[in-house]
Unconditional design. Structure first.
Lengths: 413, 118
């Protein structure tokens, strides 16, 4: 009886030890942390400076680009990534953080094009990959943008996918953003992001502003010229800071000063993920090519002369027709203003900068003047005002609020 | 019977404890060449692990191999072949991957592989 018990106990202990031996984390040395091999290729969002670099759709299937990519890949990449794209090149197998297997359909499908471009450009020199000991060299100084696209197009062929590498072909690449969107954005922006969520209409009943339709081409808050889609950084700013406005009954929680809450407490990575999903709702982000942005110059010093010139421009540019002579939003045209959905829209009360939808910092007002607010009667003055004139107008607009006005009188910002 | 079981358990424990360093020795060290001491037959690699950068000095012995991978001279052949190098061929800034073994507190190179010449 006792022997049987001891035998069972010994077998149990032995089984436990063998089990522990099998599942134990591997030992680590200088940087050979084997359990990070897969985690090292975690597809984190590309940083903002790379977020707008979307590969033109035609590149993925263009035989000439694929051939160009193959030529570069064979010389520069295959030694690590392998001639078969399996990550088993002779130099790659010796690395602690193994190169990815491009034949892994699922792994490739999860990679967004801007992430891929970022990795090829910066290699393992940026976090989180640097911290994982990635030996991937940065290619941005050796390969042109087109060469990097070509290499990606060739690498993409290993996955067996024959279409363009875009979110509507690979919904899994924006799955995390979609989940965050479902939790945080659907009530206002709707399931399909068309701005038709059930709560949206109650934010400002039967009047503008209404939640944005992400599938359309009109985005109010941009640093891009009139008529263009915003940059990811623009969307990030709006998401982070929210949208100021006098809201309806459903904005009580936002103290009536915001029609859209700011998500500054959401982790940056999650904000970037949700924006990648939002962009995936509009193919225009992939079709627009290189992104041009409006440069906001360094604000000049505020002087009384600037205010005088700004006041004249305010009249000349007919700002007072909507915003009123004293900026109270009560100009002669104010009552008739409508947005692109034919909903009545109020002219912004310029005496209350805390309600400026696009922000009330001088650079915010400058950007609004130069880019306009798409979908609203607020036009772009980008073509009609010189930067210096725009600053004059910015300072005059900001001086219309009592508080700003006082600051302007003493010559400070 | 009892003795046999005790022996089995001891063997298992020894296997688990002793197995760790053996596995660790297989993991290569990779990094950028920061210093080369031709006289001392060492090279220093700057490595990064878990967000921390540190320098590792590798000792080269006569039996240590240094190789880079090149395409075969015969254009009809695919793949790569090893090309032997010496320590004097290595340049600062190159990325290497090195398999090593411990000898006392030293990391002695078995094979040094050139990942990238830059």
């Amino acid at each position: 009886m006792r022997t049987k018990l001891l035998t069972s106990l010994a077998i149990g202990v032995l089984g436990l030890l063998v089990g522990l031996w099998l599942v134990r984390p591997p030992a680590t040395r200088a940087n050979g942390d084997k359990h990070e091999e897969k985690g090292g290729h975690a597809h984190v969002p590309a940083p903002l400076e790379y977020a707008d670099v979307h590969v033109p759709l035609s590149v993925w299937t263009d035989p000439a680009m694929i051939a160009r990519g193959k030529e570069i890949y064979t010389v520069r990449c295959a030694v690590c990534h392998g001639d078969q794209g399996d990550g088993k090149g002779p130099a790659g197998v010796a690395l602690p953080l193994k190169p990815p297997d491009f034949r892994d359909k699922d792994g490739v499908a999860e990679m967004r094009d801007n992430y891929w471009f970022w990795r090829v450009s910066e290699g393992g020199q940026v976090d989180p990959f640097k911290g994982k000991g990635s030996a991937m060299p940065p290619w941005k100084s050796e390969l042109s943008v087109e060469d990097r696209w070509a290499v990606m197009a060739y690498q993409h062929t290993y996955s067996g996918h024959s279409g363009p590498h875009v979110p509507w072909e690979h919904p899994e690449s924006v799955a995390m953003g979609r989940d965050i969107f479902a939790m945080a954005c659907v009530p206002c922006h709707g399931v399909a992001g068309k701005g038709d969520g059930s709560v949206g209409a109650m934010l400002a009943p039967r009047r503008a502003p209404q939640p944005r339709d992400f599938t359309g081409g009109e985005f109010k808050f941009r640093s891009t010229p009139s008529g263009q889609l915003p940059t990811t950084a623009d969307l990030f700013r709006t998401l982070t800071e929210g949208v100021r406005s006098s809201g309806g009954p459903m904005t009580i929680g936002l103290r009536g000063h915001r029609i859209m809450p700011g998500f500054e407490y959401m982790p940056v990575q999650q904000r970037l993920e949700v924006l990648e999903y939002v962009k995936s709702l509009n193919r225009g982000f992939w079709e627009r090519g290189a992104v041009k942005t409006v440069t906001v110059p360094v604000p000049p010093t505020l002087t009384p002369k600037r205010l005088t010139r700004g006041k004249q421009l305010y009249a000349d540019a007919e700002c007072l027709a909507c915003h009123g002579e004293r900026g109270g939003g009560d100009g002669p045209s104010a009552a008739t203003l409508k947005d692109n959905r034919s909903l009545p829209i109020a002219a912004t009360d310029l005496t209350r900068p805390e309600r400026f939808k696009n922000g009330a910092r001088p650079e915010d007002v400058y950007r609004t003047l130069v880019t306009g607010l798409a979908g609203t009667p607020m036009p772009s003055y980008g073509d009609s005002l010189e930067p210096d004139q725009a600053w004059d107008l910015v300072y005059y607009v900001l001086s219309l609020s009592r508080e700003r006005g006082r600051a302007a009188e003493v010559g400070t910002r | 019977m009892r003795r046999l079981l005790t022996l089995l358990a001891l063997v298992a424990i020894a296997g688990v404890v002793g197995g760790s360093p053996a596995t660790a020795d297989e993991a290569p060290i990779s990094g950028t060449v920061k210093a080369i001491d031709a006289a001392g037959k060492t090279l220093t690699l700057q490595t990064v692990s878990k967000g921390k950068t540190r320098d590792v000095t590798i000792v080269l012995k006569p039996e240590s191999k240094i190789v880079k991978f090149v395409r075969p001279p015969d254009p009809g052949k695919a793949g790569f072949v090893e090309q032997a190098l010496s320590l004097s061929d290595i340049r600062l800034g190159w990325i290497l991957s090195v398999t090593t073994r411990h000898e006392g507190d030293k990391e002695v190179a078995d094979v040094v592989k050139v990942v990238l010449e830059q």
